[in-house]
Design a protein around this ligand. Structure first.
Ligand code: DX5
Ligand code: ZN
Length: 219
């Protein structure tokens, strides 16, 4: 798996927030590569999750990569604050950015890796003009806003299209896939060309989250 440049990023949205410190300790011990942190504003998505103070505390508790997925409108207003809170990767939604190119430059200028997320209905080719500027493309395999939904099968084709586009433009962006990922469908997602598997409920609702993370890494 290491040869294929693939990573597992558990999403803390599905963790036990009352025991967040323990959950992060478990992830530190585990084979998780990144911590995926889902920020929702109740406007871009119909749900509200957690924000800057929580991420600041998580940052202090882990040395692993903090992969922040912003499901918020006007992300440019908060990019600097997320840098201060400790984000290593900051991903904004294509659908939330009128001036996407500017947003990407802002994130990189602040010293973070820049990601762009696509909702299930958004075609991959819309990223052609920024593909060489970004570090990560996040393909949503469910509609954003909630954990525990089913993987949308059409996503596999989108991952393949994204891989083709990256090859065509000789770009370096990683492909991250988010939503409905299980130990069972992980291999087909990686085979389609993904690099990063986000998993929330599959990890945290399992009896042995550490073992589930290892199983995802072995996919
Ligand atoms: C959904 C979030 C996901 C979510 C995935 O809007 O972006 O990261 O936590 O949860 P599962 O893995 O349960 O689908
Ligand atoms: Zn996410």
């Amino acid at each position: 798996m290491e040869n294929r440049n693939t990573f597992v990023a558990p999403s803390l949205l599905a963790s036990n927030f009352l025991e967040l410190g323990k959950e992060v300790e478990m992830l530190n011990r585990s084979e998780a590569d990144w911590l995926h942190l889902d920020v929702m504003d109740g406007r871009f998505v119909p749900n509200i999750s957690f924000g800057l103070p929580v991420i600041t505390h998580i940052r202090k508790a882990t040395k692993k990569t903090c992969d922040v997925h912003l499901m918020i409108e006007e992300p440019e207003k908060y990019a600097e604050d997320f840098k201060k809170a400790g984000a290593d990767i900051l991903t904004v939604h294509y659908e939330a950015c009128t001036h996407l190119h500017r947003n990407i430059q802002q994130i990189k200028g602040l010293g973070m890796k820049a990601g762009v997320a696509l909702n299930p209905h958004t075609p991959v080719h819309l990223l052609e003009n920024v593909i060489n500027d970004i570090d990560l493309i996040l393909i949503m395999s469910v509609n954003p806003g909630f954990g525990g939904q089913h993987f949308i099968p059409k996503t596999l084709e989108k991952i393949r299209q994204t891989r083709e586009m990256i090859n065509h433009y000789k770009a370096h962006a990683l492909i991250e896939v988010d939503g409905g990922i299980t130990v069972e469908n992980a291999t087909s997602i990686l085979d389609a060309g993904a690099n990063v598997l986000v998993a929330g409920s599959t990890v945290f609702a399992s009896k042995d989250p550490e073992a589930t993370i290892s199983a995802l890494r072995k996919a």
